[in-house]
Design a protein around this ligand. Structure first.
Ligand SMILES: C[S@@+](CC[C@H](N)C(=O)[O-])C[C@H]1O[C@@H](n2cnc3c(N)ncnc32)[C@H](O)[C@@H]1O
Length: 370
C-alpha cells in the first residue's frame, strides 16, 4: 500500500497503510497529537446466545465472531477505556472522534468517553432505511445505530463544516438523525464462496457524511477497527490521508484490495462550502467610523420600522437602543434578528441593505496583499 509519511518529532506517521495488530498497542506506537479525526467501529459485545433463525428456519448471519466476544461487561469496559485513552493520546489538540455502536455497547462507550476527558458534541442516530426485521417478533425492529461525536476536550476547536453539510442537505440544516441504507448490493464485499466478507461492513454514504462534515482535504483520519476499510476507502476518495488498524489478516486483505481499486475524486471537486463565520468579522461601528453611514442617518426595515444611527455604532428607535440586531429584534418582537439584512439605508433614491457596505469592506480586505 502507498505509505507516505508525515513526520512529527522523531516518529513518522504510517499514512495510507493498514497496521497489523492490536489497536491499543498500535495506537501507542504512533506519535502523539498526530491525527485529526478518529472513526471507530469497535466490537459491539452482542452477547449472542445460540444461533438465530428466520421463520423458514434458515440461519441468520449474525455477528458471532470471536473478536466480538468479551467475558463480562467489566472486561468490555476495561477494553473500551484502554483503547479510548490510546486514541486520545494520538489525537491533535483540536481533534475529534466518532464512535459507532448499538444499544449493546454505546451507553457504556458514552460514559467511558466522558470519563476519559472527551467532550461529547452530538449523538447522531443512523436510521437504517432497510433494517433487518426482528425475526422472533419479541422486540421492536432494531432499525438504527448511534454514533457519538466528541472533541478531544471541551476547549478543542474541532472541525465542523456546517455550510457543507447544509449544502449536502439541499440548503436545510443537517439534523442529528441520518436516514441511510445499510450496505447491500454491489457495495457489499463478498469472499470466495460468495458469502459476506465481513459481518458489519458500514455503508460508504455514512462515512462520506462524517468525513465531509468533520474533516478537510489533507487531514489524517485513523480507524482503529478497520474491518473492510470503509473509512480508508472514503478517505481516499475525498483526498484525506488515512491509517487503519486491523488484527485479522483476512479483513486486512479485503480492505487492501478494496482501497487499491478506489479512485480519488478530482482535487478541484473536494473544496466544500465554507462557513460564513470564516469571513472576517466587521463590527457595524466600522461603517460609521469610516463615514459610510453618518451619525443621525435614518435606517429603515422592509416592514417600515425606522431607527437612527449613533456615533458609537448603536441604533436608537422609538423606545429602544442597542445593536443593529437588538433593535431589529425588539421592533419585530422576535427572539433574534440579523441586523445586516434587516436594516436598509438610502442610496440613489433606493433602499439598500447595510450588508452591502460590510461586503464592500470585506472585498477591500481580500484585495489587500497579506
Ligand atoms: C465492527 S468491525 C468494523 C467494521 C468496519 N467499520 C467496516 O466497515 O468494515 C470491528 C473490527 O475490529 C477488529 N478488531 C476487534 N478488536 C480489535 C483490536 N483489539 N485491535 C484491532 N482490531 C480489532 C475486528 O477484527 C473487526 O474487523
Amino acid at each position: 500500500m502507498n505509505a507516505m509519511t508525515k513526520t512529527k518529532g522523531v516518529k513518522t506517521l504510517p499514512l495510507n497503510t493498514i497496521l497489523d495488530g492490536d489497536c491499543i498497542e498500535m495506537m501507542n506506537s504512533l506519535p502523539e497529537e498526530s491525527v485529526d479525526l478518529i472513526f471507530a467501529d469497535p466490537p459491539y459485545n452482542l452477547q449472542l446466545k445460540g444461533e438465530l433463525h428466520r421463520p423458514d428456519n434458515s440461519r441468520v448471519d449474525a455477528v458471532d465472531d470471536h473478536w466480538d466476544q468479551f467475558a463480562s461487561f467489566a472486561a468490555y469496559d476495561q477494553f473500551t477505556r484502554e483503547w479510548l485513552a490510546a486514541a486520545r493520546r494520538v489525537l491533535k489538540p483540536n481533534g475529534a472522534i466518532w464512535v459507532i455502536g448499538s444499544y449493546h455497547n454505546i451507553f457504556r462507550v458514552g460514559a467511558a468517553l466522558q470519563d476519559a476527558g472527551y467532550w461529547i458534541l452530538n449523538d447522531v442516530v443512523w436510521r437504517k432505511s432497510n433494517p433487518m426485521p426482528n425475526f422472533r417478533g419479541k422486540r421492536f425492529t432494531n432499525a438504527h445505530e448511534t454514533m457519538i461525536w466528541a472533541s478531544k476536550s471541551e476547549a478543542a476547536k474541532y472541525t465542523f463544516n456546517y455550510e457543507a453539510l447544509k449544502a449536502l442537505n439541499e440548503g436545510i440544516q443537517m439534523r442529528s438523525d441520518w436516514v441511510l441504507p445499510i450496505c447491500n448490493g454491489g457495495e457489499r464485499l463478498k469472499d470466495a464462496n460468495g458469502d459476506k466478507a465481513h459481518p458489519t461492513q458500514k455503508p460508504m454514504s455514512l462515512l462520506h457524511r462524517v468525513l465531509v462534515g468533520s474533516t478537510n482535504p489533507g487531514d489524517v483520519v485513523l480507524d482503529p477497527f478497520f474491518g473492510t476499510g470503509t473509512t480508508g476507502a472514503v478517505a481516499k476518495m475525498l483526498g484525506r490521508d488515512w491509517i487503519g488498524i486491523e488484527r485479522e489478516a483476512a479483513y486486512r486483505e479485503v480492505a487492501t484490495r478494496r482501497i487499491a481499486d478506489i479512485r480519488a475524486f478530482d482535487r478541484s471537486a473536494l473544496e466544500v462550502t465554507r462557513a460564513k463565520r470564516a469571513e472576517p468579522r466587521i463590527p457595524f461601528g466600522q461603517l460609521v467610523e469610516r463615514g459610510m453611514l453618518r451619525p443621525g442617518e435614518m435606517l429603515v426595515s422592509p416592514s417600515g420600522k425606522v431607527a437612527k444611527v449613533r456615533a458609537d455604532g448603536t441604533l436608537v428607535g422609538d423606545d429602544v437602543k442597542g445593536s443593529i440586531h437588538q433593535v431589529g429584534a425588539h421592533l419585530e418582537g422576535a427572539p433574534s434578528c440579523n441586523g445586516w439584512t434587516y436594516w436598509h439605508f438610502r442610496k440613489d433614491g433606493k433602499h439598500v441593505p447595510i450588508d452591502v457596505l460590510r461586503q464592500q469592506i470585506r472585498a477591500e480586505m481580500a484585495a489587500r496583499p497579506h
